[in-house]
Design a binder for this molecule. Structure first.
Ligand SMILES: [Zn+2]
Length: 447
């Protein structure tokens, strides 16, 4: 079949939406939990149905985290006030009971944390990044720096309204040093006022971190060449919602792209390795296991579907690779599909274990049209990450762009040049990302 017919068939293909639906119906896809295992089965079946061959499940050991109860009470002695608020423990929060003064550290920037006295106190910070800041400050950076400053616990207040406590791992793959919980923007507003009035909080978290098993689903498409392009999406998600946007949509886009590529398989010049990985949200555990299995020198590029397909505004993060920037722009221009490109590298998704070994990497992502680039997270990592926010047209169009990008990568005579890890390191230093990565415990010892 030629590519135009394959693209045409995508307009009538229900399979990506159906897979998104099935994933959202699972109870809890957090890494190592039964819902994640069931998601791997569903994705494996969908890949086989798309014509992907030798589909296998690769289990790996990891630290499984399971939430228990979380309780938060605030006392303001001067006002003779005591109030309970809803709070949600964050993955890898240790269990603990903390009674301590509450300190507002704004957005939790390095400067704000350095200026505060956090010793044996509870830090309160927004999940947002200050308007006008030149980079997004990751949650792990905030909590890592607060723990280094002696904080007893951390409270993240969602910056987006809607009574939605946010979640997100406190650490990559292991229990964090101090308990961390999320509260809604509305609760955060009260807590800031109470912190100014000398409040103390009583925080109780029960949770378990124990040995568990997560899994990757891996298969192959196209000719059996040594050289391959990796197409990856994480199938795990946070347990508080349906994980529809993060990353059910990414998995659906991956499937949609494969169902297009399946029709033009004989035209692919080199192999495509397809991987739906587990435990991304717990610290890229699945993609690290995958990177240990694959020879990075044989990978032409990695295309990471994390955040794609959820909203109309398509973005390509090309992680210092000019060639991938040109390629993605060329594909989008051919389709007359708007695309924003950023070359700035970041370590917080599944391309990272490959990028750091020199594999050119592109992450496909998307944002709401009205976000104006303020790193708006919106509903993801909250209980409002649910399926009705997805749109079948967006899934379809992003799958088309992804398929054409993979086709180019797999069929070009020459692979894109390797990325020099030293360049990535330099860019991370230049853009101010290094201190946060160090605080989060993810700055590599060797490059
Ligand atoms: Zn994600």
């Amino acid at each position: 079949m030629d590519i135009d017919r394959a693209l045409g068939r995508a307009w009538r293909d229900d399979a990506p939406w159906d897979l998104l639906t099935r994933l959202c119906e699972l109870d809890d896809r957090l890494g190592g939990h039964p819902g994640e295992a069931r998601a791997a089965e569903l994705v494996g079946d969908a890949l086989r149905d798309a014509g992907v061959r030798d589909v296998e499940t690769h289990p790996f050991e990891m630290a499984r985290w399971t939430r228990g109860r979380t309780a938060l009470t605030v006392a303001v002695p001067d006002r003779d006030l005591e109030r309970e608020f809803e709070a949600v423990a964050l993955p890898y929060s240790p269990a603990g009971e903390v009674d301590a003064a509450l300190v507002d550290v704004g957005h939790g920037t390095p400067e704000e944390i350095a200026d505060a006295d956090l010793r044996d106190r509870v830090a309160l910070a927004s999940t947002g990044t200050p308007v006008g800041a030149d980079r997004r400050i990751h949650r792990m950076e905030k909590v890592g720096q607060a723990a280094d400053a002696g904080a007893a616990a951390f409270i993240f207040a969602n910056h987006a309204p809607g009574q939605l406590p946010p979640t997100g791992a406190l650490r990559f793959g292991e229990a964090a040093a101090i308990p961390g919980v999320g509260v809604s923007a509305e609760t955060g507003d009260w807590l800031r006022e109470y912190a100014d009035a000398g409040a103390s909080v009583s925080l109780s978290v029960t949770a378990d971190t124990e040995r568990g098993t997560s899994r990757n689903v891996v298969g192959h498409l196209g000719p059996d060449t040594d050289d391959a392009t990796l197409l990856v999406a994480h199938l795990d998600g946070h347990d508080v919602g349906e994980a529809a946007l993060d990353n059910g949509c990414g998995v659906a886009v991956l499937l949609g792209a494969l169902r297009i590529l399946g029709h033009i398989e004989s035209g692919l010049g080199t192999r495509v390795v397809v991987a739906a990985v587990g435990s991304e949200e717990l610290g890229l555990l699945g993609s690290e296991a995958l990177a240990a299995d694959l020879d990075p020198d044989r990978l032409r590029a990695v295309v990471n579907c994390d955040g794609v397909g959820r909203f109309r505004r398509l973005r390509a993060l090309t992680h210092t690779s000019d060639v991938l920037t040109d390629l993605a722009t060329g594909v989008a221009d051919d389709l007359n599909h708007p695309l924003e490109v950023s070359e700035r590298p970041h370590p917080y998704s599944d391309h990272w274990p490959f990028l750091r070994r020199g594999v050119p990497a592109i992450q496909l992502h998307s944002e709401r049209p009205d976000d104006e680039g303020h790193w708006e997270r919106g509903w993801t990592h909250t209980r409002a990450d649910t399926r009705e926010k997805a749109d079948v047209r967006t899934l379809r169009e992003h799958a088309m762009v992804t398929a054409l990008l993979i086709r180019r990568l797999a069929s070009d005579g020459r692979a894109p040049p390797r990325v020099d890890p030293a360049t990535v390191r330099e860019r991370l230093v230049e853009t101010g990302a290094k201190p946060g990565m160090v605080a989060a415990g993810i700055w590599p010892d060797e490059w």
